[in-house]
Design a protein around this ligand. Sequence first.
Ligand SMILES: NC(=O)c1ccc[n+]([C@@H]2O[C@H](COP(=O)([O-])OP(=O)(O)OC[C@H]3O[C@@H](n4cnc5c(N)ncnc54)[C@H](OP(=O)(O)O)[C@@H]3O)[C@@H](O)[C@H]2O)c1
Length: 291
Amino acid sequence: MTEKCLSSKDSSHIEMDTKYFKKLKRRVPSLGMGTWKMGGGMERDERYDEAWVSSLKRGLELGLTLIDTAEIYGAGHAEELVGEAIRGFPREEVFIVSKVWPIHAGREDLLRAAEASCRRLGTYIDLYLLHWPTSEIPLSETMKGMERLMERGLIRHTGVSNFRVDQIEEARSHLSKVDLAAVQNEYSLINRRYELDILPYAEREGMMFMAHTPLGMGVLARDSSLARIGLKYGKTAAQVALNWLICVEAVVPTPKAALIEHIEEDAGAMGWRLGRVDWEAISRIFPPQVL
Ligand SMILES: NC(=O)c1ccc[n+]([C@@H]2O[C@H](COP(=O)([O-])OP(=O)(O)OC[C@H]3O[C@@H](n4cnc5c(N)ncnc54)[C@H](OP(=O)(O)O)[C@@H]3O)[C@@H](O)[C@H]2O)c1
């Protein structure tokens, strides 16, 4: 981890915890909300709609105004829940990220998929990502398609997810009118594999690095060493794990919390920073994996 990656802000209170990204040309909150398994896994599930929408609304109230979703989540139902949660909230204050599933990344399918996502969300998409790389459809076709979606006003920015640096470079080479604004890959204290390549790349290029699975699917919320360090700050293990990521300049983690008490706890990861000594101590407890 380079010195440059660490935010200059230390443990002091931060009123509006946001980050500016050159490629987005705007500020976004330092922490977002994920939606995987809200509205179902790969299939639609409407049983907990009311609770899911309440949790998302509570997150918005607490400043978690970046929401990550995808057409595949709950077979589109997650996008519907996001659409319901943001209704009545000032549109320009929300930043919606959605993703196209690789089989829909071809010229005509991409347009249909984006239109369907916008319909379910009830609005345009701020950042539209290709969910995974695919060898089935040329990346050039997908990237040209993304530019057309922007021209039509369906999306504001484009990016990629689960890509390597060489694949990100290839994607960028197919864009002539805009640039990739973000990459979304797994990043947490128990998965630090992109620290040496994608993270410094995103930082250098002014792209947002969205950290998915930032709590290791909840494992880090139960970690006793993080809980111990958190005592000093009056914070929990989950808040420390998320703040450790927020301290890295290019990173915006998107934890998912269906339970309202989890959303409230996660929101408490914003507005402060771990001191450098504690940040480094945590880095030593969870060293990067040797691949
Ligand atoms: N691009 C991709 O391929 C990709 C892949 C995976 C994920 N993602 C995105 O990243 C988001 C986050 O990843 P994820 O959902 O897999 O994993 P995660 O955010 O690391 O963990 C979610 C789990 O942590 C629990 N949790 C959240 N806050 C907690 C707290 N304060 N205390 C205790 N437990 C807590 C949640 O419980 P409850 O839900 O019960 O509250 C849920 O079981 C996804 O929702 C999705 O938007 C993207």
